[in-house]
Write a protein that binds this ligand. Structure first.
Ligand SMILES: *Cc1c(COP(=O)(O)O)cnc(C)c1O
Length: 450
């Protein structure tokens, strides 16, 4: 019979895991999961873990969700996958129709890819290619924000700005224009998020003014820079950015791969600024956390710039083998049905308030510089010194101690450096939120010792 130990031995002799120094597993066990049910995961020794980070931000309505399962079983007996050039299928069409309907206005075309990074590559290439098709070949650059994250493939990595992932590969990456960001952690005492975000926008305006002619697009993560330690900013920045992009003739790419599908309190983060980007990138929650799929939605104007006689060579020839996978699209449809049928966005308002209440005690913790929240994302910034906000040296890996303690208490937290965050599936209960907060508190107590 399989046990945690037998499976981890087999795993560690053949597998290479993402985002991991594999040597860490000499001291920290890898956990083989046998099954999932709702917010709970269960390993082969019968231990249970509350999935407080939605399995890397993808899961929205729990593991083994009955309605998504039923939809997938039906799809499986009908069509699993078909080439998506020259052919199409009902689930891909219905999902695209729904996405066009629910995303910000003006986004009327849906291009599928199979993961978040690929969606970012698609948006970058489409933007560049659009200008080229218009004869504007001087537009070859992208503007990105400090502390941003857009994925790990080379193009996506180039427009990201988290040194931990990027620095090693710098010689391989295209040049981008990096603008200081609106991250409100750095606002002055007493300064509002809106004031700070507005003030910081001047730097973006400056960059656009200076480089607009050679820039294809600005790419941003609306409202929350998730991989960049869950740093947050005010919607006013998005509004100003939309206006400026129009003024300087530059596209706006909204990477809502992490923040889309209700994470920030609205279905899409852009809604909070009442703006429509030229491209929106979606993945992660798109299939409820079931299957890899991503979508880039764009405008009719973009589409028309590629639509021409074949001989003119303006077509967007980008492709992935599993583009528009039928099972993944069906999971997406089932996920969107849950949003609609169960009034999730409305219900999440109460749930976000419950989350805030559960984490209220952290504000006064002597090693917490900030507790910040945007909708269903709550982050706790652990520091060495609350007054000066001096950070713990990263080498001390305090967050890892929180992670290990939490696992021993049956909660899956996965701090980003010294930032502990809660990003649970939307079916989490008040009792479970209190458990998450309690375990995080105890974990922090252990992590700050010595
Ligand atoms: C996760 C993420 C990506 C990359 O998606 P993958 O599916 O992991 O390639 C891109 N952008 C943002 C904002 C993300 O959070």
């Amino acid at each position: 019979m399989s046990s945690n130990q037998s499976l981890s031995e087999r795993d560690l002799s053949v597998l290479w895991h993402p985002c991991t120094q594999m040597k860490d597993h000499e001291t920290s066990p890898i956990i083989p999961i046998k099954k999932g049910q709702g917010v709970w995961l269960e390993d082969f020794d019968g231990n249970r873990y509350l999935d407080a980070i939605s399995s890397w931000w993808v899961n929205l309505f729990g593991h083994a969700n009955p309605s998504i399962n039923a939809a997938l079983k039906d799809q499986l007996d009908t069509l699993e996958q078909v080439i998506f050039a020259g052919f199409t299928h009902e689930s891909a069409i219905s999902l695209a129709e729904k996405l066009v309907e629910i995303t910000p206005s003006g986004l009327t075309r849906c291009f599928y890819a199979d993961n978040g990074s690929a969606a970012v590559e698609v948006a970058l290439k489409m933007s560049f290619h659009y200008w080229r098709n218009l004869g504007q070949t001087q537009k070859t650059k992208f503007i990105t924000l400090e502390n941003s994250y857009h994925g790990e493939t080379l193009g996506a990595l180039a427009v990201g700005n988290v040194a931990l992932y990027k620095e090693t590969y710098a010689p391989l990456l295209m040049d981008v224009i990096t603008v200081p960001g609106p991250d409100c952690y750095h606002r002055e005492p007493g300064e509002s998020w809106a004031d700070y975000s507005t003030r910081r926008f001047a730097l973006m305006e400056q960059a656009l003014q200076q480089h607009g002619d050679s820039v294809c697009a600005v790419i941003i993560e609306p409202l929350v820079q998730c991989a960049g330690n869950m740093r947050m900013y005010d919607p006013v920045y998005l509004k100003l950015l939309r206006d400026a992009c129009d003024k300087y003739n530059v596209h706006l790419i909204a990477d809502e791969i992490a923040v889309g599908f209700g994470r920030t309190g609205t279905l899409f983060a852009c809604e909070q600024a009442a703006i429509s980007p030229d491209f929106i990138c979606l993945s992660k929650g798109l299939t409820g956390g079931y299957l890899p799929l991503s979508a880039v939605l764009t405008t009719d104007r973009m589409y028309q710039a590629f639509y021409d006689d074949y001989q003119n060579m303006t077509a967007f020839l980008h492709s992935h083998s599993y583009t528009g996978n039928a099972l993944a699209c069906r999971a997406g449809l089932a996920t969107l049905e849950i949003f609609q049928q169960h009034h999730i966005i409305e219900k999440n308002r109460a749930l976000a308030a419950t989350m805030a209440k559960a984490a209220a005690r952290f504000h006064d913790h002597p090693n917490v510089a900030e507790v910040r929240q945007t909708g269903m994302i709550l982050a706790i910034e652990l520091v060495k010194n609350k007054q000066t906000r001096e950070a713990y040296p990263w080498q001390e890996r305090r967050g890892l101690k929180v992670y290990q303690y939490a696992l021993s208490k049956g909660v899956l937290l996965r701090p980003l450096g010294n930032v502990i965050y809660f990003m649970p599936p939307y079916i989490v209960t008040e009792e479970e939120l209190l458990l998450i907060a309690d375990v995080a508190w105890q974990g922090i107590q252990r992590a700050i010792k010595d």
